[in-house]
Ligand binder design. Structure first.
Ligand SMILES: CC(=O)N[C@H]1[C@@H](OP(=O)(O)OP(=O)(O)OC[C@H]2O[C@@H](n3ccc(=O)[nH]c3=O)[C@H](O)[C@@H]2O)O[C@H](CO)[C@@H](O)[C@@H]1O[C@H](C)C(=O)N[C@@H](C)C(=O)N[C@H](CCC(=O)O)C(=O)O
Ligand SMILES: Nc1ncnc2c1ncn2[C@@H]1O[C@H](COP(=O)(O)OP(=O)(O)OP(=O)(O)O)[C@@H](O)[C@H]1O
Length: 480
């Protein structure tokens, strides 16, 4: 593509690609100088040109301008990059029905439910923590919400292979760093806002401000904001939503409301009240929070043109979302659940659910840790929650990175007052001990890693067999 198609009055230089990282610049690329948290992209212009950049987009005054490239100065490089990427990749989000899901918990679950429900008739891509999937393609993601350039390129590829929709997880980091500014959403969904990521955002107000950008920027005609009526941020988000607002919830009056909820360890039933009618819903999803997740998906789909009766039919056999409330059943007489809970709210909801499916007088056993080089405040809170709900706690490693796993465990243990607990550093051994100690009627919760097949240790990403595989092997060994 010609540079003049991307910037007014620019010369007709041929552009082969876009990059904001001097290390990955290829000949013929535009290099965007982004401000970072540790570096400033303006410092790498020379290396970008050495690698073949033919155009430098910058915001700061440059004292030395190496020859060999066209320099374009803009007010906001991020904004320019988003606009250019949109044009370079032929506005892929305009050709897809775009669902964006944000909130502390539930993003992966809702995006996967949406995809699962429509993929047979409306081929739908998914981008998020678990994977990047479209058609036959499945890629391992580095981030929940990829950077703006990668994102546009993947959406363009989705269009190329025939996708008609995309369900995208939109993290607060992604919003704060403008990774989705070039995407025009049809539907923006809010799950909930609870404590998380304060290491990055500093305060809950900043965290909320980042989340609210998805709704402030939803300007598409017929766009819709789907908001959790029971979350305390509902009113504030409603007020800042540019698009029409539709609510879902359980406790308060909402456009899509679940009543008469009956839960078991095998599934959930409830009545959906919508537009003066009552629709009985039966789903294989378990846990109170999955009622919220299902309501969000159902309302998003109905509000974007899908037939409600057909959506409801699909509720009874939703595909297992990997590592989210995944029941491990090898015929053992106790429950084993693998879940990605890694926030205080997620932990508490899982432990409440675990308690509810544990036979009276039997034990709730939890195995978990807390990530290194991430929010340290939640460690003690995890200990306190486990102390409140569990009967036996095995503290183990969870992505320690270059922190000492024992020190992380000590911080978790500082929240445990009354409950029997041990520290078993090796995650496999911790799972083994939990399962070996389980008796009929007990429940074992394996929390924090979900579907992940790696553990970040001191020397980087190391392979991990996966909580589900470890659990199955230990149960089978136990059953003899
Ligand atoms: C904390 C965070 O979000 N950091 C992101 C940020 O990095 P940064 O600001 O430190 O970048 P930097 O090193 O200062 O560099 C500034 C600029 O100089 C460029 N540079 C740098 C060095 C060089 O030699 N050449 C060069 O061109 C960089 O490419 C960049 O454009 O900008 C980078 C470029 O977009 C991101 O890759 C990086 O994400 C890192 C890898 C990350 O781990 N982010 C996580 C925390 C994250 O975003 N997580 C959320 C979800 C979290 C959750 O829900 O659990 C996600 O969406 O995944
Ligand atoms: N609606 C919800 N409310 C509270 N907790 C939830 C909800 N949905 C899921 N959870 C809990 O949060 C965990 C993560 O769920 P999910 O992966 O769907 O969230 P997420 O927002 O995508 O998080 P991440 O981006 O970190 O993957 C689940 O394993 C479960 O324990």
């Amino acid at each position: 593509m010609r540079l003049s198609k991307l910037f007014k009055n620019a010369p007709t230089v041929n552009i082969t690609g876009l990059s904001f990282d001097s290390r990955t610049v290829r000949p013929g690329n535009i290099y965007f100088c982004l401000p970072g948290l540790t570096n400033d992209g303006h410092d790498f212009i020379d290396s970008a040109i050495k690698n073949g950049a033919v155009c430098i987009v910058h915001s700061k005054e440059l004292l030395n301008m190496a020859s060999g490239a066209v320099y374009i100065r803009v007010e906001d490089v991020n904004d320019a990059m988003n606009k250019v990427a949109r044009i370079f990749y032929a506005k892929p989000s305009d050709k897809l029905k775009m669902y964006g899901v944000t909130g502390t918990n539930g993003k992966s679950t809702i995006t996967n439910i949406i995809r699962d429900m429509i993929n047979d008739k409306t081929p739908c891509g998914y981008i998020g923590t678990i994977a990047i999937k479209y058609g036959d393609i499945e890629l391992q993601p580095n981030l929940t919400t990829p950077d703006a350039l990668f994102l546009q390129s993947k959406l363009a590829d989705m269009v190329r292979v025939g996708m008609k929709a995309c369900a995208l997880e939109v993290s607060s980091h992604g919003l704060a760093q403008h990774r989705v500014d070039g995407i025009s959403f049809d539907c923006a969904i809010f799950t909930n806002l609870t404590y998380d990521h304060l290491d990055f955002h500093g305060t809950m107000e900043n965290y909320f401000e980042a989340k609210s950008l998805l709704f402030k920027n939803l300007v598409k005609e017929n766009g819709v904001s789907i908001l959790n009526r029971d979350d305390e941020k509902y009113e504030a988000l409603k007020d800042c939503s540019k698009a029409r607002v539709v609510s879902y919830g359980i406790n308060k009056e909402a456009d899509y409301r679940a009543i008469n909820i009956k839960m078991s360890s095998q599934g959930t039933q409830f009545d959906l009240v919508y537009s003066g009618h009552m629709y009985p819903i039966k789903t294989n999803l378990v846990g109170n929070f999955n009622v919220y997740n299902l309501l969000a998906a159902v309302s998003a789909l109905n509000e974007t043109g899908y037939d409600l009766d057909k959506i409801i039919e699909k509720c009874s056999h939703i595909a297992q979302v990997e590592g989210r409330m995944e029941r491990i059943d090898c015929g053992q007489p106790y429950n084993v659940i693998v879940d990605f809970a890694h926030t205080p709210d997620g932990m508490e909801k899982m432990m409440q659910f675990g308690r509810s499916i544990t036979m009276p007088g039997h034990r709730l056993i939890a195995v978990f840790g807390s990530a290194g080089k991430r929010d340290v405040h939640k460690r003690k809170v995890f200990g306190e929650l486990a102390d409140k709900y569990c009967d036996y706690i095995i503290v183990t490693e969870d992505d320690p990175r270059d922190e000492d796993p024992k020190e992380i465990a000590d911080q978790i243990k500082s929240g445990i007052q009354n409950t029997l607990h041990v520290f078993v550093q090796d995650r496999y051994e911790a799972i083994h001990q939990a399962i070996s100690s389980a008796q009929e009627g007990d429940t074992v919760l394996l929390l924090g890693k979900g579907d992940e097949s790696f553990i970040y240790r001191e020397n980087g990403r190391a392979p991990w067999v996966g909580d589900n595989v470890a659990a199955k092997e230990c149960i089978q060994a136990n059953l003899g």
